[in-house]
Design a protein around this ligand. Structure first.
Ligand SMILES: O=C(O)C(=O)C[C@]1(C(=O)O)C=C[C@@H](O)C=C1
Length: 301
């Protein structure tokens, strides 16, 4: 049985994602994303499930930072969950003066809170489930949690199906120590961290390597390196798999231009097939290489 670390405690959206990605495996909650990733680095877990990106609030900074520092980890699978919340309180409790949740969750219910609990002070907690635990323990009056949190904690639903934006979604990754990559499917995502020198046009130079090969980006984020003020790392996700000739061509070009960390190539949860422009397919790259090889051997010109 695989040992799966996940961003907990029990009752987070991440636990739901871990159950979907690793059904029947041995799941262990960790209080922070960093600790869940550390468990994999230390060998205490075979893989970790962590949130990466929400359709309303954007990336989860703790995950980006946790993947770019420390020993390398690579994503081997992803899942996307619909996100709507339940607001939980202690059974029979009175006035709601504080309402706690993960900052990403609070940001997704800001309008609902203004309309329904205008006098309650929002308080950040380490996760949506940690907020529910805090309500049980009397630290807060209400928690904005995943609906499944109600199965773990003895709380009462004040409201459910709460979301400022309908159809909000969060994408989660399963990450492991580097090893064999999942096979390409044609609907894959590759993730890298690029640390380029601070000079005019540096980001544009990196993006040109991808755009020039017809590779479609699915996300780009910048995070400070935390060493020198104003110095950033770029987190770039794009369509395709490292095993494809067109992606190999792009990655070798990027590797010459900047320091790269590979964060994985794996099937996309939404199964969206990669956009391939005319002349930019894998066979085009193979044909071009075969022509150069023939010229070198004196078999063509
Ligand atoms: O706190 C949780 O339940 C989580 O799994 C984290 C998280 C996030 O990091 O965005 C996951 C999904 C929701 O968008 C809100 C919180």
């Amino acid at each position: 049985m695989l040992r799966i670390a996940y961003f907990g405690p029990q009752g987070t959206f991440t636990e739901q994602a871990a159950r979907a990605l690793a059904p029947g495996e041995d799941l262990t909650p960790y209080e922070t994303v960093r600790l869940a990733l550390q468990a994999v680095r230390d060998g205490a877990a075979d893989a970790a499930c962590v949130p990466i990106e929400n359709s309303v609030e954007g990336v989860v900074p703790a995950t980006l930072d946790g993947l770019s520092d420390g020993d390398p980890l690579v994503a081997t699978a992803e899942t996307i969950l619909p996100i709507h919340f339940s607001v939980l309180k202690r059974p029979g409790s009175g006035e709601i003066r504080t309402v706690a949740s993960h900052p990403h969750a609070l940001a997704q219910v800001r309008e609902w809170l203004e309309a329904n609990l205008p006098d309650a002070t929002p308080v950040a907690s380490s996760s949506t489930a940690a907020a529910a635990v805090g309500v049980v323990e009397g630290d807060f009056d209400a928690a904005v949690s995943a609906p499944v949190a109600n199965e773990h904690y003895q709380l009462e639903e004040l409201a459910t199906g709460v979301a400022d934006v309908r159809d909000a979604q969060t994408r989660f990754l399963m990450v492991r120590r580097p090893g064999e990559l999942p096979a390409p499917t044609g609907a894959d995502r590759t993730s890298i961290v690029a640390a380029a020198v601070n000079r005019t046009g540096t980001l544009s130079d990196l993006l040109v390597e991808l755009a020039g090969r017809g590779i479609n980006l699915t996300r780009i984020d910048a995070r400070p390196t935390r060493n020198n003020f104003g110095e950033y790392r770029f987190f770039i996700d794009f369509e395709g798999h490292l095993a494809e000739p067109r992606i190999i061509d792009a990655m070798t070009a990027l590797r010459r231009r900047c320091h790269l960390r590979f964060l994985g190539s794996h099937p996309r949860a939404d199964e969206v097939v990669a956009t391939i422009e005319d002349g930019a397919g894998n066979q085009d790259f193979l044909d071009a290489q075969a022509w150069v090889d023939a010229v070198l051997k004196g078999e063509g010109a």
